[in-house]
Design a binder for this molecule. Structure first.
Ligand SMILES: [Mn+2]
Length: 298
């Protein structure tokens, strides 16, 4: 069997569980978009985790609810595996097998759930430690050494070692150190480029070519009284201005439907988080308009 997944904490846990329960010869990384577009060839020897459904697969585990409407087989429940609302795809794998061999991973799975569903505390965001820090080290931007190799090693380490022992492995330690040093740079940049207007926390990163790695939730530690954040940055090759707005996860009382608002500017998303891309020339004007609306809504 082959396992198809992506490079994140949820997929790591899926890999730990599935390789415990099945004989897996190889693991393939894929992007969700490539799965949807059918670019990845899938056969009845493939188990897909944490990625869109493919009708040829042997088994499928996913918790991305937007998948429900995409395939007739999914709608009819005509597939092997498990799909549904869950804090992580790994949780579904765990429930599907419901096997004593997976019992020892309960604490690890709790951490994965918390991380994958963004149920983080302010402390987790500002000073990540333990599993949360280790999961952050799986961010592909911590490009130290070979990423795939690191992922495979983690699968093995999680099975045999304690968290403490994993953290002592030079590769894990180095990546975690990198996460922390980036976070410090990120905190400085956030302070420098963020202003607070009414209820809106505005971070304007347009000056920066590269934004340091850090949690998008950190801004709510700086401005806890704001209920909505607007982050402005330059898109690829500085051709567009990218705006991302989101509710403060610690203070959810904004009345704006961000997805609807951004649809007016050619963007989209959810009620509580959305993005849009603006023309560079007229971006300032549009951004002012957006901020005024976010303030008027309260
Ligand atoms: Mn997931």
């Amino acid at each position: 069997m082959r396992l198809i997944l992506r490079g994140d904490a949820d997929s790591l846990a899926c890999a730990v569980f599935v390789t415990t329960m099945e004989t897996i010869e190889s693991i393939k990384f894929a992007h969700p978009k490539d799965m949807q577009d059918g670019i990845i060839e899938v056969t009845d020897k493939d188990i897909i985790c944490n990625l869109p459904f493919h009708p040829n697969c042997y088994m499928w585990f996913d918790h991305h609810i937007s998948e429900e409407e995409r395939d007739e087989k999914v709608k009819a429940g005509d597939f092997k595996g498990k799909f549904g609302l869950a804090p992580s795809a790994a949780r579904l794998v765990y429930e599907y097998y419901n096997d004593p061999a997976l019992k020892k991973y309960e604490e690890f799975l709790e951490a994965v759930d918390k991380y994958d569903s963004a149920r983080l505390t302010m402390e987790d965001v500002a000073n990540p430690k333990g599993w949360i820090l280790l999961f952050s080290s799986l961010d592909p931007r911590t490009s130290i050494g070979d990423y795939k190799n690191y992922f495979f090693e983690l699968v093995d380490w999680v099975k045999r070692l304690s968290l403490k022992e994993i953290m002592k492995k030079p590769e894990a330690a180095l990546r975690c150190e990198y996460v922390i040093s980036e976070l410090e740079k990120f905190k400085d940049a956030m302070l420098k480029y963020t202003r607070f207007d009414g209820n809106v926390i505005i971070t304007d990163f347009r000056e920066l070519d590269e934004i340091p790695m850090g949690s998008r939730f950190y801004v709510y530690k700086l401005f806890p009284e704001g209920n909505i954040s607007l982050r402005i940055s330059m898109g690829k090759d500085r051709k567009k201005v990218v705006c991302a707005a989101a509710y403060n996860i610690f203070k959810r009382d904004s009345k704006t439907n961000i997805g609807m608002l951004f649809a007016k500017y050619g963007g989209g998303g959810h009620t509580g988080a959305a993005t849009c891309q603006l023309d560079v020339e007229t971006a300032d004007e549009t951004i002012e308009e957006i901020i005024e609306q976010l303030k008027a809504d309260g």
